[in-house]
Design a protein around this ligand. Sequence first.
Ligand SMILES: [Zn+2]
Ligand SMILES: [Zn+2]
Length: 274
Amino acid sequence: MLTDYHLHLRPDDDGTTAAEYFTAANVDRYRAVAAERGIGELGVSEHVYRFAQAREVWDHPFWQENAVDDLDAYCELLRAEGLRVGIEADFVEGREDRMANLLDAREWDYVVGSVHFLRDKAVDMRGDWDVWRSADPERVWARYFETLGEAARTGMFDILAHPDLVKVWGKGAPAPDGDLRRFYELAMDGIAESDVAIEVSTAGLRKPVGELYPAPAFLEMCLDAGRPVALSSDAHVPEQIGFEYDRAVEWLAGAGVTEIAVFSGRERRLEPIG
Ligand SMILES: [Zn+2]
Ligand SMILES: [Zn+2]
């Protein structure tokens, strides 16, 4: 079994409307690539902040600007198209109850949890909200992994997305020196106490960092903590479905991972990879 659960039906850019992208014809384009690449389970996880219903979760200007589409129409389309129904939900510190209300009111196959924001600054966004405009890498990395651990601990998420996203810019942002496990450790209590699956994402290979998410040492720590693995591309266009999966599968085999998590109705089972 191969899965692609963390994918988007459109790029994150402005002007990518639901009317244009949340259509059966667009879904067909994704399905065609998935079939070609032998991906048996396809699910979509659009950013929660692009839906009007998320406006009441957080008053951040970026969210307020982006929250325009109807979440229920989106769920309905995925269900009608026979896709797994997912969502990429941010962990927003202090807004857990509001996010839980939004999520609990709907039926998902899985919820992908992401840490993009540390307070009101984003680790993976250039422009006004870029944390790297003025930040000490030691503090950002520590804060990022502490927050990731908190996100896991909430139990709100089935899959922890791109777990070491903080490395996204590679040499394009300041990074701490030395053994990075001192940062990973900060997330591990929360991860070990949770029931979350750890996403192995090939998206990092398309980003300036040019690496899979997460780093091998991070994955190893999660495996030691008994966490299962979920596999995704974080595609934003059809051609990115199953992107570089050969590399991910080979790496997982080397790490002794033989099964991946498969979800239905927020229940998880494990299936042999491949
Ligand atoms: Zn993300
Ligand atoms: Zn995503």
